[in-house]
Design a protein around this ligand. Structure first.
Ligand code: GCV
Length: 715
């Protein structure tokens, strides 16, 4: 009897465990799992509208549209909908282009579609005959794919189709993900926070990992249309014929999803390997003894290479270049040539095929200018108008390097004749890697809405990069990706929200960070209204909390050298000052902060008036940038009424408190979250709390040595 009872207990334990395993969510499905809607009101509205799907026409992309809409609708509605080529029943969802669909042609949509370009779409409730229907219409199949994903988003987020009439097209033309992946599968400078690279170069082109398709699908669902698969610290090997065949295979997988492949290239590629002297950073795979951009043989080498690439990849996008930066070769030191000389040479090679160059402005040089933040402006602004029309200058949001908070990079607005492409970082290199929950959309919105005043009030960053301020002929945005081969793609489940938000903002920078969070939570985690609002409240303040427990009030770059995770406000072991924390925070007995005003490095002069005067004046400078632009006395009174020292401590403490609140909020939504995801995030939050406290305690005790004041009590 005892034995029997034991067996029954064991059997029930196994059943429960298996059920848990089956129902558990490992995060692989991202925001696209389209689980059955459990809200009966929504089902009641949606089910009768969609009794069949009609798609006229044939193409690889339309095949994907068929696959996605069927899988999505069946998943959400719990149906098994027919997908037809013609209308047979009433109440259909009709998907088609003007070119291929007779049903769409009859609907008088041509004038609306005329303004939507190749990638835009419309979703509209209408009548076909006497039957109420919904249509997705576009000028091109890729527009239909974007429209399909948007329709599923509408349903996943529980919006109504009553009188729906949506027209959407991207505000920015090139919307890219940049990988920092190396050919050996690691990520440049140990930035692999979500495992190794997705690309298995040794298996390609013979074996094509099915995950490439899932990656393309996820990107297409948020409107990404280009991928740079390799690091800007580019290994020239990728330009060898055998590697280009591998790249071509990736391009074949991505193409029907509307995604083009671009490559990071090493400026010294044309040089023979025997002349290279710093491993892959210095080149080369060619047979020349120079990569001087003014040398006719070098120019020909790039033209031949471009021709070879386009024979394999007819829609190849172009080159991304990190030149004369952090040890990467370039036109300057080696050949005494300019950025324009270098970029124009590559642009000339790509132009016949419609390719572009994304030349990065991430440069700094201790020997030339003691304030690193000024360097890009000094090196690039004089060349405005000297770059060929198919060149972008790709520029990081801030003047230093993806810090938790920086003011806007002064280059934006200052190059009216050269399209600037915005480079954001999704990867959280300086914001807790994949260990911290930090929702980045509020930070990106802060930059996008920053007003450069380049052409008067309203010349926001968004209007610079979408081309409206200076009438740029090309527009672009790139995100350094946080994806890797971890099962859940991003290491931290909430890292997915940043990938998602980047794509959504690249498509439409006017979307609110809160709306994007709302969508992502409903698509990924739960549709329970209370839980959605709790999780949203965690996400929305998480970036400010991170700023507070790492680098409040305009502090920056006080993390451990190299690894960029924990705090290191003191000198490193070498005792070197340049480019270490001590150089950036400048703490002394009088106060704290880097004087970049007109009494200091005068970086403020690089901004347009009245931003320049605002940053320059310690009384007017927004406190979030205070220590970025000013060296401020410890006893100076801030807006809160507290002194600088007290406010600094206050911020460090409230930052950590926010993480504790997130833990409580997460515990409160446990019942609404998949158990595997719940535990995963719970553990990450515990690590975040511990490490945020290390930031606080290390920085407060370090700065206290200079302020020589007690740490105030806040509780
Ligand atoms: C790929 C920072 C990062 C480097 C990165 C560099 C860049 O310095 O720490 O890992 O190099 O930016 O953007 O080129």
């Amino acid at each position: 009897m005892k034995h029997l009872l034991k067996n029954i207990l064991l059997a029930s334990y196994l059943v429960v465990s298996i059920c848990k395993i089956v129902s558990a969510d490992d995060g692989y499905g991202l925001w696209m799992s389209c689980k059955k809607l459990d809200d009966t009101t929504e089902l009641k509205e949606y089910q009768p509208i969609f009794s069949s799907i009609v798609i006229e026409g044939q193409s690889e992309t339309l095949g994907i549209v068929r696959e996605e809409i069927k899988k999505g609708l069946d998943g959400l509605l719990g149906t098994n909908l027919p997908v037809n080529n013609t209308l047979t029943t009433g109440n259909a969802l009709v998907i088609g282009t003007l070119k291929q669909s007779q049903l769409i042609q009859k609907l008088d949509l041509s004038s609306k579609l005329a303004s939507l370009g190749r990638e835009g779409f419309l979703i509209k409730s209408t009548k076909i005959g006497d039957n109420p229907s919904v249509v997705i219409a576009a000028n091109d199949d890729i527009g239909l794919l974007y429209g399909t994903f948007h329709l599923l988003r509408i349903m996943q987020t529980g919006q109504s189709f009553k009188d729906i009439d949506i027209s959407s097209k991207p505000k920015i033309q090139y919307r890219l993900l940049d990988h920092w992946d190396k050919l050996d599968g690691t990520i440049s400078d140990q930035r692999g926070y979500a495992g190794k690279s997705l690309w298995k170069w040794d298996e390609l082109p013979v074996t094509v990992d099915p995950r490439y398709k899932d990656y393309a699908r996820a990107n297409a669902s948020i409107g990404i249309n280009g991928v740079v698969p390799n690091s800007v610290n580019a290994d020239p090997t990728l330009l060898k014929p055998e590697y280009l065949k591998k790249v071509a295979k990736l391009a074949d997988v991505f193409r029907p999803y509307g995604i083009r492949v671009f490559l990071s290239v090493n400026f010294s590629s044309p040089i023979s390997a025997k002349f290279s002297h710093d491993g892959n950073r210095k080149g080369g795979i060619g047979n020349l003894n120079t990569s001087d951009p003014c040398d006719p043989e070098v120019r020909q080498w790039w033209k031949d290479k471009a021709k070879e690439i386009y024979q394999l990849i007819p829609d190849f996008g172009g080159f991304l270049v990190k030149a004369s930066s952090e040890g990467m070769p370039g036109p300057q030191q080696e050949y005494n040539r300019t950025h324009a000389d270098g970029a124009n040479m590559l642009a000339e090679a790509l132009a016949p095929y419609g390719g572009i160059v994304m030349w990065r402005s991430f440069v700094y040089n201790a020997d030339v200018d003691p304030d690193r933040s000024k360097r890009a402006y000094l090196e690039f602004v004089p060349f405005d108008g000297k770059f060929s029309p198919n060149i972008f200058i790709q520029t990081k949001n801030g003047p230093i390097d993806f810090q938790p908070r920086e003011p806007l990079n002064s280059l934006f607005g200052a190059m009216p004749k050269t399209p600037l492409m915005l480079e954001l970082q999704i990867m959280q290199e300086y914001l807790g890697h994949s260990k911290h929950l930090v929702y980045l959309a509020p930070m990106w919105k802060e930059y996008l809405e920053s007003d450069t005043h380049a052409k008067g009030q309203g010349s926001t960053l968004a209007s610079v990069i979408d081309g409206s301020t200076h009438n740029y002929k090309m527009t672009g945005i790139a995100g350094v990706t946080n994806t890797g081969d971890d099962r859940n793609w991003c290491g931290h489940l909430f890292g997915q929200a940043n990938w998602y938000a980047f794509g959504r903002l690249a498509w439409d920078h006017s979307l609110a960070a809160e709306q994007i969070a709302d969508e992502w939570i409903k698509e990924t985690l739960t549709r329970d209204a209370n839980a959605v609002s709790t999780i949203k409240s965690m996400m929305m303040g998480s970036r400010e909390a991170c700023v507070n427990y790492m680098t409040p009030l305009g502090l920056h770059h006080i993390m451990q050298e190299g690894f960029h995770y924990g705090p290191q406000p003191s000198l490193d072991k070498s005792g070197r000052v340049d480019w270490t924390s001590v150089y950036y925070h400048r703490a002394d007995a009088n106060g704290l902060g880097f004087d970049r005003s007109s009494t200091g490095s005068n970086a403020t002069s690089q901004y347009f008036s009245p931003v320049r005067e605002m940053f320059d004046d310690v009384n007017k400078c927004p406190e979030k940038y205070l220590l970025w632009f000013h060296h401020v006395p410890w006893d100076r009174k801030l807006q809160s009424g507290r002194t600088l020292w007290d406010e600094l401590c206050y911020r460090y403490y409230t930052g950590v408190d926010y993480v504790k609140e997130m833990e409580l909020k997460w515990a409160a939504v446990e019942k609404d979250i998949d158990p595997e995801i719940y535990l995963h995030v719970k553990e990450k939050l515990a690590t975040q709390e511990k490490d945020a406290a290390i930031w606080r305690d290390t920085c407060v005790s370090y700065f206290q040595k200079f302020s020589n004041r007690p740490v105030p009590a806040y509780k």
